[in-house]
Design a protein around this ligand. Structure first.
Ligand code: ZN
Length: 310
């Protein structure tokens, strides 16, 4: 049983008044919609159709040719009466500059959108993964797009914490080495008097805990780049984080793994460039084949097997 706020999926008799208004999707990008907006009277789109619709919508957005406008009363009534049949699930960042529907020129009913800071599944993972399972199992979306973006504040914050922590460790290591050369006793004093690390913030706020959980993303980005400026590492970490979210979903959802393995569902990554407005589509995770052999059924906070994701 699902919350009614997610929309009732039961097919209902088409309102005669609405049926007479049958027309093609005026935006031209999200497939045929019998009632002018996508509802359960429409068929689900395939993954390839969905990604084409997303790409076409983003092109309209970049070219300043967006067509998705307000809904008239008939379209609103169709959505309210006939339930939703979105073409794709998009996991985006909560950043106000990355409005998912607008940048894909989508209207209500076109996309099932999940957003949080850093487009991540590491926190509130039960609600995120459960929502994705709902969208693919009940709403029949065939494409899950994890959407990062340039200039992500959450990723930048995590990168700064990582670099500050690395610098602190370097200083401590240097101090300990110097101290060891004098006496072992002074080394012990140095270790026992460690100042709080900049990233040691789990107890101070949930937001800092969220950034702390993204630190491994920055670390991996730094390793893959072989070092770099804060901006360079953060930019690469955006992509690393997209893969990490996809890998998390594959690791902890049997529903998703089964549908991906059978070819019913695809998970792809993408990065929205806030400057150009364009979305770079990255395709599937390089680790997908490996992760399809995992056996997680629920997320770690719900008792699943803990896995170290990379
Ligand atoms: Zn962001």
């Amino acid at each position: 049983m699902f919350c009614s706020c997610l929309g009732h999926q039961q097919k209902q008799l088409v309102d005669p008044d609405i049926e007479n208004d049958s027309r093609e999707d005026p935006s031209g990008g999200f497939g045929p919609s019998k009632l002018g907006v996508r509802t359960t009277v429409d068929e689900p789109l395939s993954a390839s159709q969905a990604i084409e619709a997303l790409q076409a919508g983003n092109r309209r957005f970049v070219q300043g040719d967006a067509k998705a406008g307000g809904l008239d009363h008939r379209a609103r009534r169709a959505l309210a009466s006939h339930g939703q049949r979105p073409v794709a699930t998009v996991i985006g960042c909560a950043d106000s500059r990355c409005p998912v529907e607008q940048l894909f020129d989508a209207r209500p009913g076109d996309l099932f959108v999940l957003r949080n800071a850093g487009n991540t599944c590491t926190h509130s993972e039960g609600s995120m993964v459960g929502s994705v399972e709902y969208s693919v199992a009940i709403l029949e979306t065939k494409m899950i797009l994890v959407l990062g973006h340039t200039g992500c504040g959450a990723i930048m914050g995590a990168t700064k914490i990582f670099l500050e922590r690395s610098a602190q460790k370097h200083i401590e290591a240097t101090c300990q080495k110097d101290a060891k050369e004098t006496t072992d006793q002074s080394t012990q004093a140095s270790e026992s008097e460690q100042p709080p690390q900049p990233g040691d913030c789990k107890s101070r706020s949930t937001l800092l805990g969220l950034l702390d959980a993204l630190v491994p993303v920055a670390e991996k980005a730094c390793v893959e780049l072989g070092g770099g400026s804060t901006e360079e590492i953060a930019a690469h970490a955006v992509k690393v984080n997209v893969w990490r979210t996809i890998n998390f979903l594959l690791s902890y959802s049997l529903i998703i793994r089964e549908k991906v393995a059978s070819g019913e569902l695809e998970l792809q990554g993408a990065i929205y460039n806030m400057s150009s407005g364009a979305v770079e589509f990255l395709g599937k995770s390089p680790k997908q084949a490996e992760l399809l052999n995992y056996d997680g059924h629920v997320v770690p906070s719900m008792g699943g097997l803990a896995r170290q994701l990379s």
